[in-house]
Ligand binder design. Structure first.
Ligand code: FAD
Length: 281
């Protein structure tokens, strides 16, 4: 079973060195890979930061890295330049994304969907990249319908996505239903379940408004009880994520992708709790 992490670059005003200690600790947990976001949430940081961090994970911490690459704000020429940069830094795994829409990043119209980027990378033959795609167990918010979203996901796989990483969810049944629909549609590539340990009240409000994840009663009870008690909420959020991973592993999912929020302590506690279950000790 795959076990991977996600990290994000620091704010532009923070030197990259500041996140080095965090990345060192997260790498020491020996995930199968660590993915590095790129302008997530509409940020304006360029690809060079993602590229530098992904290269550092590989070169200094000996951890395979996946670089996220959103495409809607770029021309073909600009994407070619980013791919060349990735290649020069030894980055061969890319999560091909459309990208979050944001007024900070005007859209250029060469790429409309992630599948356009996947086709472009495959057709260009610019380096031998392993390509990943994103998927949405609770349906992408802009999709015309759940069925249309699944057909669009199939397009991404047909365009070259060899592995999928899911949006975060808190109700495992939602993920199992999604997996079943993918299977019926002939989507057979590995799908990693996105797990976000919720350890602060502000985090949950932001995340839910961004991705619209449904909240099971067990989860809202935790928020109501300990929403204003940071220590208790951290413990409960970690326990909830562990419980989700145990259930996912018992049900034979392909993998778990942990949104670490650059918090090594939380990643460490979760990893320690599930190491035996994931067969990592
Ligand atoms: P797409 O696959 O293009 O889908 C977007 C919408 O268009 C969907 O509604 C889909 O149904 C529809 N669609 C797709 N193809 C077609 C088609 N051919 N015809 C008609 N409709 C179509 N954003 C960032 O900016 N940076 C990041 O680092 C980042 N990391 C992420 C990591 C993960 C694991 C996930 C799940 C999301 C991440 N995002 C990131 C957010 C992502 O960019 C947004 O969710 C974005 O709105 C959609 O991206 P996508 O690649 O899934 O788009």
């Amino acid at each position: 079973m795959l076990y991977s992490f996600e990290v994000f670059p620091p704010k532009p005003t923070t030197p990259i060195e500041k996140v080095s200690a965090c990345f060192a600790e997260i790498s020491a947990l020996k995930p199968d890979y660590i993915s590095v976001t790129y302008g997530a949430g509409g940020g304006t940081a360029g690809g060079e930061v993602t590229c530098a961090l992904a290269a550092r994970l590989q070169d200094e911490f000996h951890t395979p890295a996946v670089a996220h690459l959103p495409c809607i704000s770029y021309t073909r020429e600009e994407i070619s330049a980013v791919l060349a940069d990735f290649q020069a830094h030894g980055i061969t795994k890319i999560l091909a994304l459309r990208g979050d829409r944001s007024p900070n990043r005007p859209e250029k119209h060469d790429f409309r969907h992630a599948s356009d980027l996947l086709h472009f990378i495959r057709e260009q033959g610019q380096g031998e990249f392993s390509l990943y795609g994103a998927c949405y167990p609770e349906v992408h918010p802009e999709a015309k319908s759940a069925a249309a979203d699944l057909q669009n996901l199939k397009r991404k796989v047909d365009a070259g996505a060899e592995q999928l990483i899911s949006q975060l969810f808190f109700d495992n049944q939602v993920f199992y239903d999604f997996m079943e629909k993918c299977e019926i549609l002939g989507i057979t590539v590995p799908i990693e379940a996105g797990i976000m340990p919720v350890t602060s009240a502000s985090q949950i409000q932001r995340m839910v408004s961004l991705c619209g994840a449904s909240l099971p009663r067990k989860f809202t009870a935790i928020m109501q009880k300990w929403g204003d008690n940071p220590n208790a909420l951290r413990d409960a959020g970690i326990a909830y994520a562990v419980d989700q991973i145990v259930d996912l592993a018992a049900n034979g999912v392909d993998g778990v992708h942990l949104y670490t929020m650059n918090n090594p302590e939380v990643a460490k506690r979760i990893t320690t709790a599930v190491s035996g279950i994931l067969g990592r000790i």
